[in-house]
Write a new protein. Structure first.
Ligand SMILES: NC(=O)c1ccc[n+]([C@@H]2O[C@H](COP(=O)([O-])OP(=O)(O)OC[C@H]3O[C@@H](n4cnc5c(N)ncnc54)[C@H](OP(=O)(O)O)[C@@H]3O)[C@@H](O)[C@H]2O)c1
Length: 262
């Protein structure tokens, strides 16, 4: 089977071949989108007509490829190096995005870190590092983006996790950081209304084809009501939903998990 890619997209409702581009003229910033789920979301938003800025930290080469793939969809694309734990870096990045794309309509807080650790052995350094990227990062990027988003009646979409809704014993720091992102979503939705809508996508088990995870993925699929794991494109479809949904929808956490969390 041919894998999904920029020229082999999943078709979303209302996004058929009639060149319906619900995000035409809109600008998006998506953090940590050189590869994996961020890349899938960036491509989905570009296919819907948005000009897209992605950030990367270490994955410069992948970011370059993603920018080429986004550009091939006929929209503007830019990749900027940004460390979301660093205020100066975030501020400079936001200024650069607005300079390059002319404004900001949608921010997707995607960049994060994931780590497995036995509770007994979890160190303070591990705890703080996960919170710095996964929780403080989305807060910081959102705060720095506010003035631009307000000018455009914009949107913020956070990437949460099923791990923020359900406890995973070997991921205390990750689960707690994502639960905090879910609450941050609700607080921001209230604090930033009526100008900005804020929502959150919470993926469950998403199979990105990693060989090392194959056995784990198989066992998770068995436990999932939909009898399979999710795809990057299905997560991207949820991002696209919030990017195009009525502005009245705000403060929502949308699990994309095939029913695993039920
Ligand atoms: N994959 C899943 O199954 C799954 C499930 C539930 C939730 N999620 C959430 O969905 C989002 C995307 O998932 P993913 O698996 O694609 O993520 P990922 O590969 O673990 O991370 C995405 C990107 O975040 C960037 N990043 C990490 N720390 C950063 C920092 N301090 N500053 C700037 N960028 C930083 C990295 O950029 P560089 O590579 O450029 O360094 C990385 O490529 C994450 O928020 C994740 O927690 C994923």
């Amino acid at each position: 089977m041919k894998g999904p890619g920029p020229r082999n997209p999943i078709q979303f409702p209302g996004m058929g071949k009639s060149v319906h581009k619900p995000l035409q003229g809109k600008t998006v910033l998506i953090t940590g989108a050189a590869r994996r789920l961020g890349r899938a979301s960036a491509l989905a938003l570009a296919r819907a007509g948005a000009d897209v800025a992605i950030t990367f930290r270490n994955s410069a080469r992948e970011a370059q490829h993603t920018v080429i793939d986004i550009s091939s969809l006929g929209v503007r694309a830019v990749a900027l190096r940004c460390d979301i734990t660093d205020q100066k870096s975030v501020r400079t990045t936001l200024k650069e995005v607005v300079k390059e794309l002319g404004g900001l309509d949608i921010l997707v807080n995607n960049a994060a870190n994931y780590e497995t650790a036995d509770f007994d052995k979890l160190t303070l350094q591990q705890w703080d590092a996960i919170f710095a990227s996964n929780t403080r990062g989305p807060f910081l990027v959102s705060q720095e983006a506010l003035k631009y988003l307000r000018e455009r009646q914009g949107r913020i979409i956070n990437m949460g996790s099923l791990g923020g809704l359900r406890p995973w014993a070997s991921h205390a720091h990750y689960c707690s950081s994502k639960a905090a992102v879910h609450m941050l979503t609700k607080v921001m939705a209230k604090a930033l209304a009526p100008e900005i809508a804020v929502n959150c996508v919470a993926p469950g088990m998403i199979d990105l084809g990693e060989k090392a995870a194959a056995a784990f993925m198989k066992s998770m699929a068995k436990q999932t009501p939909m009898h399979r794991n999710g795809t990057g494109e299905e997560v991207a479809a949820a991002i696209l939903f919030f990017a195009t949904a009525p502005h009245f929808i705000t403060g929502q956490i949308l699990a994309v998990d095939g029913g695993l969390g039920l």
